[in-house]
Design a protein. Sequence first.
Length: 371
Amino acid sequence: MSADESELRELRASVREFLEAKSPEEAVRKLMESEPRFDPEVWAQAADQLRLSALAIPEEYGGDGFGPVELGVVLEEMGRALFCAPFFATVGLAAQALLASGDKEACARHLPDIAAGRTTATLAVAEDDGSWDPALISARAVPDGDGGWRLNGRKCFVIDGTTADLILVVARTVAGPTLFAVDREATGMAAEPMETLDATRAMARLTFDAVPATLVGADGAGGRIKAKVLDLASVGLAAEQAGGARRCLEMSTEYARTRHQFGRPIGSFQAVKHKCADMLVQVELAEASSREAARLAAECAADFAVAAAVAHACCSRAYMVAAMENIQVHGGIGFTWEHPAHLYFRRAKSSQLLFGGPAVYHERLLDRLGI
């Protein structure tokens, strides 16, 4: 199921209205220093009133059956507001991993509660080096003799890892990288928050010591599942980055119109005009590439993987440019802790590095192009 243009505009307006009320700057700053790093009441309202947690989950599992295009609209608005919530980890990563696994039993067990907002989830792939390369995974799983598995190892940069009810872990077996489900209360698992540049996106380091786990999908299929999820997650992240970049542009142009220097708005000076124009070019390119990739994902197009890599590269660059220029346009005040410009810069930088950084995703683009 897909929405038409008028329905997408209505969805965007509804999400923006909700986030303007529930995620103003003061709420973001408060949540940055709290634990959990999101408001459970606001998350419940997002799930119950807007059904955001159900948006991209098939109807057979209690969802609304929409796809990447609608998900992109929501993530653009969340990126614009720096919304602190387990949405990206739960819906953009974990739910997509369950669906990509093809394990109907696991989907039936977990997705209805995710759709209803009762379960938050995340996906743990990267380890100490932050790489999503399945060849570099050292965490291991072995059969426990009773039909289950036991996990040993460590995962890092796990989004919402200290609060997720369900953790999907890619670990190595004799057959290769494999996906497993772990309950947050499982014996032998320890989660500690990580100090990162971006305090609006909580990350954790997870340690597994003979932790009981359930196989999801086929043994040895973790690499294939991860590759599919990474393409989809890159498009979701690109939408979030495009939304943040658009907000940086809005902040800059508003300030350039209202801030006067030498008796005239600073926006009338050529240097500031050029900065805003450069930002606009980057933002338009980011929105076009992320939305096109989402459309191709919805159509299961053959060139989707290439579009996903392009969107990831374009939007990462656009957000960094917009975030840096936003600080420059604001001048001295833009460098202060009290101004929100640095919050967007921090999110831009951390998002740029989330799935490995520029060198990695440019290599991914070359790989998708067959070069």
